[in-house]
Design a protein around this ligand. Structure first.
Ligand SMILES: Cc1cc2nc3c(=O)[nH]c(=O)nc-3n(C[C@H](O)[C@H](O)[C@H](O)COP(=O)(O)OP(=O)(O)OC[C@H]3O[C@@H](n4cnc5c(N)ncnc54)[C@H](O)[C@@H]3O)c2cc1C
Length: 559
């Protein structure tokens, strides 16, 4: 029955072989420590969520920004970060400190450190999370979203390479299908973990795997680093953690992360005596599509929208400013929850979908993921990108029509039975009111003003924001409506850690022998993003906190 527990001993035991775990393991091994890297999934899942990610990274004052004419600096980034985080609790002490440390990293060493490992970014910087319309409030004042050349796999690759080199050299050992069920704590010190050996499962990466137990194990070390990810794959847990300030939890959601993002380890570490803070802070999207070709259960894909689509709630009311596509994720979520319905609508044209729809995820961007320049160039040609076109044709959330009346009829077919049917005349009135504002490059419609404003940024004009036009301009058609579901994704709170990544006990003292990094630690401190994220901050948060924890655990073992 037992999983050769005598062999499972190392200086550092890392729980979770996602990005944070890979970084922590590589850093600890570089410092000369032996490392055991455990994961409940098989080797085919190495890299965890990061593999599936778009690989967007938050950088401040990068050469890419400067080349695109963006003036950015640490002070502006700090204003945006703290305006978004809105820290307001005593337990925000460490998250604040992590936020400041991370900002210094993003404005300093981050790009060059990654670059020297072979990491590269796409030259056009994206403008994610444009904000709530106030200088001191939520959002990015300037574009900062740097997409990795190679997307998520391109982020994982340098760290996987370092880890595999150490495996070849005998300093790191993998323990796949080792599911940790508890910490081993002796005399108040974390000295290891115990758990179940899961039966081998050859399922493709990302697919749910068997939970059948074939044995047990205990692994011991002088340091335990927990890097087990967030809770977004357990939709019931997401609902239970849902904060009242975001309204009622949605009955229907799609899952933006694989099933292994199950949150179990967060509860296990807490039960052992570590502190969890800000569990009610989370980052879910409002532009989720049900994947017509799913990899995991309830698989949802997020649209990364440009600013031009008209956004209607389930009953056909236009969303108020500043809830435009790509501006204020949680503000929009809060607004939509108050409508009492689980979905909303984008209304757009073929011209808008061609220029403004990007889908988040490595598998949805074969050109960037495969570093295929010819395929990438086809984005500027007529027609939507292949994966977007495939969703348009096969996705259950899409309606395409030549006239607005046909479009609304299609929306009523797709919409829920318990939602009052959309009235074509009312939808026409909303669309025509918006279209009348398109005759000038100025006007009083805040979204139209934002569209014109976005196009003064070269990157947006080049590849992201369609030439302003009327939705009812036949030459821009056909018309398209997209039903948008709520998509679970990131956990913003988590294990409270100090600036060395040490887990803390309820009295604020370090839990000897125990570190945490990545999403399980709220990307540092137990929630360095506070209430709102600026995007591209999650992967970078895993890299930064994994590096800190790996180095600190290695140093503690040495002493
Ligand atoms: C589609 C998609 C797109 C994204 N795009 C971006 C982006 O562009 N930019 C950005 O910054 N972020 C993005 N993210 C978010 C980012 O990828 C994640 O926040 C990050 O990768 C989390 O890494 P992690 O190492 O903390 O956790 P994970 O990747 O979740 O890894 C945790 C590992 O721990 C293992 N584990 C869990 N519990 C146990 C246990 N009890 N025993 C043993 N093993 C366990 C899991 O199996 C898993 O392998 C995206 C995420 C997704 C899914």
């Amino acid at each position: 029955m037992s999983g050769a527990s005598g062999d499972l001993r190392a200086d550092v035991v890392v729980v979770g072989a996602g990005l944070a775990g890979l970084v922590a393991a590589a850093e600890a091994a570089d410092a000369g420590r032996s490392v055991l890297l455990l994961d409940q999934e098989g080797e085919q899942n190495l890299g965890g969520q990061a593999f599936w990610s778009l690989g967007g990274l938050f950088l401040v004052d990068s050469p890419e920004q400067r080349r695109m004419g963006v003036k950015d600096n640490l002070e502006l980034a700090r204003q945006d970060w703290f305006g978004s985080a809105q820290f307001d609790r005593p337990e925000d002490r460490w998250p604040r400190a992590w936020a400041e440390a991370y900002l210094q990293f993003a404005a300093g060493e981050k790009r060059s450190w990654l670059r020297q490992m072979g990491h590269r970014v796409f030259p056009v910087v994206g403008w994610a999370e444009r904000g709530d319309g106030t200088a001191g409030g939520h959002g990015n004042s300037v574009p900062r979203f740097h997409i990795t050349w190679g997307t998520g796999p391109g982020v994982v690759e340098p760290f996987e390479r370092r880890v595999r080199d150490h495996v070849a050299g005998g300093r790191i050992r993998f323990g796949f299908r080792h599911r940790v069920d508890g910490l081993v704590v002796e005399g108040g010190v974390a000295v290891g973990v115990h758990g179940s050996l899961l039966e081998p499962d050859p399922a493709d990466r990302g697919r749910p795997t068997s939970r059948a137990v074939v044995g047990d194990f205990e692994a011991r070390g002088s340091a335990v680093v927990v890097t087990s990810g967030g809770i977004g794959g357990d939709l019931e847990l997401v609902r239970r953690s849902w904060p009242a300030r975001l309204g009622t939890p949605p009955r229907r959601m799609v899952a933006g992360v694989p099933a292994h993002v199950d949150g179990r380890m967060l509860q296990i570490t807490q039960a052992a005596g570590a502190t969890v803070v800000n569990p009610d802070r989370m980052w879910h999207y409002v532009e989720g599509l049900r994947n017509w070709d799913p990899i995991w259960d309830d698989h949802g894909i997020r649209i990364l929208p440009g600013p031009s689509s008209l956004w209607l709630d389930a009953e056909g009311n236009r969303l108020p400013a500043p809830y435009f596509p790509g501006f204020d994720t949680l503000g929009t979520l809060r607004h939509l929850r108050a409508t009492g319905h689980d979905y909303s609508w984008f209304v757009l044209t073929q011209r808008i979908i061609e220029k403004e729809f990007a889908l988040s995820g490595s598998e949805q961007n074969p050109d960037l993921t495969g570093k295929d320049i010819r395929l990438l160039l086809s984005r500027v040609k007529k027609g939507a990108a292949g994966p977007v076109e495939a969703f348009k044709q096969h996705g259950e959330d899409f309606v395409v029509a030549e006239t607005l009346e046909e479009l609304v009829a299609g929306m009523n077919r797709v919409g829920d039975d318990d939602v009052p049917p959309l009235d074509p005349a009312r939808v026409r009135a909303v669309v025509e009111a918006r279209d009348r504002e398109m005759d000038n490059t100025f006007g009083k419609d805040a979204q139209v003003t934002a569209i014109h404003g976005a196009r003064t940024y070269r990157g947006d004009k080049l590849i992201r924001v369609a030439t302003p036009h009327k939705l009812l301009d036949r030459a821009a058609g056909p018309l398209i409506a997209v039903r948008l579901n709520i998509l679970s994704r990131k956990t913003l709170g988590g294990l409270e850690t100090d600036l060395d990544g040490r887990c803390l006990r309820a009295d604020g003292t370090p839990f000897p022998g125990l570190w945490a990094a990545g999403e399980v630690a709220g990307f540092g401190g137990g929630g360095m993003m506070g209430y709102n994220a600026l995007e591209g901050t999650f992967l970078g948060g895993c890299i930064f906190s994994g590096r800190v924890a790996g180095r600190a655990a290695a140093a503690a073992v040495a002493s």
